[in-house]
Design a binder for this molecule. Structure first.
Ligand SMILES: [Zn+2]
Length: 479
């Protein structure tokens, strides 16, 4: 190991002083180079296992990371909950059953106390997401946790068995900032390499929002945004000049061109000699919509469970997602229902929603290219005729539950919670199969009056998923 140990240990000691923790005269290093996570005497964080248990060891960089996250979290949420640190590594990096990992000194299980917000049943997952984002900002390269909101919101978060009630985090030691740094980060929407699509601009192609965030305490005096093309010899395209409001977004007054690369940065005056900020972030524009053409079913066809198919075209850019809009009149002033959006490049979708016999429906597909530009097909119509020809995959699939013949109509409902767990069985003791967003359409397969409804929904890939949801979070639709 060629880590510069002495400076890191000095960094840790300084951190501990700032955190109000008992600063050890000298952190005791294990032969492996790990140190023990100290106790925080003012409760900035708590430890699950006591000092000396041999469960709270990590590299000095990792300990610094945990202290910085705990401090920043407490600064934002002074009344708690506070970070509760569970198993890290053993001092010698040896096997740590039942964990398969927790040997590298860069890993910990994270809870909060007294309430544990790192739990999929905790109702305010926005708070949970904020904590996961904070770990990422300070250098986490992996977070295992089973709530979709966090998985969607943090690029390094992923689902993993048995991670319903804590974060399992692993850091990249090279991404952990030095102690004392005020951290200014571009938001993902404006980070180096981002592609800017038309929906983010006004009709005049201005108004791109540049956004950043500040970690740590700052006495912001002013900020200044610089925006340029890639040419160095002609001055910057736009300089906001010093602005005094305490804001972390800036709406760019410059009109952008399609297919061009720009760069931007922000400088914060926080009273020091040098402004604080980050290096140039390059942004590329893609302002053209894809082409989309509906192919089948042919207009006015009488079909049972129609498979809607379309053609997507955009050179070099794949379809990123699609949604189906379904209407029951020709005006489309207020569209009756939307299915999706579904991620991916599929160019067909089998309708499995309950439809009325003999009724005419209008549909179109709205596609979004991987860069975020959107286009809609023309509206087309079909008539629902149960048992009618056109043996579509959907009509014979086990998931199909559209009413046929004399069978009672399937009940449908929509999710009326921001995020609803679909479980493998009826009750919270069953595993979460997936989470459904507000407004998701579900087909009720069994008794619509049970406390736990057996339902089928379209998964994020457009394939049907089945499971159980608490009835109070579903609004049944009467047909
Ligand atoms: Zn773990």
């Amino acid at each position: 190991m060629s880590l510069p140990r002495v400076p890191l240990l000095v960094g840790v000691a300084a951190t501990l002083l700032l955190a109000g923790a008992a600063a050890p005269a000298r952190a005791q290093e294990s032969p492996r180079g790990y140190i023990e996570m100290p106790v925080s005497e003012d409760g900035t964080w708590v430890l699950t296992s006591p000092t000396g248990s041999g469960r709270n060891w990590g590299t000095p960089t990792f300990v610094r990371h945990l202290v910085m996250v705990a401090r920043e979290w407490r600064r934002r949420h002074p009344n708690g909950p506070f970070l509760r640190i569970g198993d890290m590594s053993k001092p010698d990096g040896s096997d740590f059953p039942p964990h398969k990992t927790h040997k590298d000194g860069l890993t910990a299980d994270i809870f909060t106390s007294p309430r544990n917000i790192c739990h999929v049943d905790y109702p305010d997952q926005d708070l949970t997401l904020e904590l996961a984002q904070l770990f990422h900002d300070y250098g986490a390269r992996q977070i295992l946790y089973n709530h979709q909101k966090v998985i969607d919101g943090v690029s390094v978060a992923q689902r993993w068995p048995k991670h319903d009630d804590h974060f399992h985090i692993v850091i990249d030691p090279n991404r952990v900032p030095a102690e004392g740094d005020l951290l200014v980060l571009p938001e993902a929407s404006a980070r180096d390499g981002a592609v800017i699509a038309a929906p983010r601009l006004s009709a005049e192609r201005t108004g791109l929002q540049l956004a950043w965030r500040i970690l740590g305490q700052s006495r912001l005096k002013s900020y200044r945004v610089l925006f340029d093309d890639l040419r160095d010899d002609d001055g910057v395209l736009h300089d906001s000049g010093p602005l005094r409001a305490a804001r972390t977004t800036y709406d760019l007054p410059v009109a952008l061109e399609h297919g061009k690369t720009y760069r931007w940065r922000v400088e914060l005056d926080v009273g020091g000699e040098q402004p604080v900020g980050f290096g140039w972030q390059r942004l590329t524009t893609d302002l053209t919509p894809p082409a989309v053409e509906a192919l089948s079913p042919r207009d006015d066809a009488g079909v049972d469970a129609p498979t809607l198919a379309w053609r997507y075209q955009k050179a070099g850019v794949a379809q990123g997602s699609f949604r189906i809009e379904l209407d029951n009149d020709a005006n489309h002033r207020r569209i009756a229902g939307t299915l999706g959006p579904f991620q991916g490049a599929a160019t067909s979708y089998t309708l499995r929603v309950p439809l009325k016999r003999g009724k005419r429906y209008w549909w179109r597909v709205v596609v979004t290219c991987a860069n975020g530009n959107e286009a809609a097909s023309e509206w087309h119509t079909f008539k629902h005729e149960p048992g009618a020809g056109e043996a579509t995959p959907g009509a014979s699939a086990p998931g199909a539950s559209a009413p046929r013949g004399g069978a009672p109509a399937a009940r449908a409902g929509t999710v009326n919670a921001d995020s609803l767990n679909l479980r493998a069985g009826a009750g919270t003791d069953h595993d979460v199969v997936t989470t459904l967003r507000r407004g998701t359409l579900v087909r009720v397969l069994g008794d619509p009056t049970a406390d736990w409804l057996h339902v089928e929904a379209d998964g994020r890939d457009g394939q049907p998923v089945r499971g159980y949801v608490a009835r109070r979070f579903v609004e049944l639709v009467d047909d």
